[in-house]
Design a protein around this ligand. Structure first.
Ligand code: FES
Length: 106
């Protein structure tokens, strides 16, 4: 099922190389700025629920602060265990300085 885009943060709220969270349809979503491009993934690690936005970002990979699983922010895919399942990703649309997101249909 697809959902509509909803307005979240402003582009200026997510500085280069930083991550910010936003509540979206009962989920917490982590919005990430890698080299000026924004990505959005579910903030909850699929291993044991660690808060990914409190982890570390290295290029396109975010490392969970709890046990070090790594996810690709572009696809949500697992790059390093102990997580085994990908995190959900969200589509992003920028309008002026506003970031709009919706659950990815992929
Ligand atoms: S909760 Fe994220 S690696 Fe364990």
């Amino acid at each position: 099922m697809t959902s509509d885009f909803k307005k979240t943060l402003r582009v200026s709220d997510v500085p280069l190389g930083q991550m910010r969270t936003v509540e979206f349809e009962n989920d917490t979503v982590c919005i990430i700025n890698v080299e000026g491009k924004l990505y959005a993934i579910n903030n909850v690690c699929t291993h044991e629920g660690g808060p990914l936005a409190e982890g570390t970002l290295s290029e396109f990979e975010v490392e969970c602060p709890w046990h070090g699983a790594r996810f690709d922010v572009r696809t949500g895919e697992v790059k390093s265990p102990p997580a085994e399942s990908p995190v959900s990703t969200y589509e992003i649309k920028i309008d002026q300085d506003d970031i709009w997101i919706r659950k990815s249909t992929k």
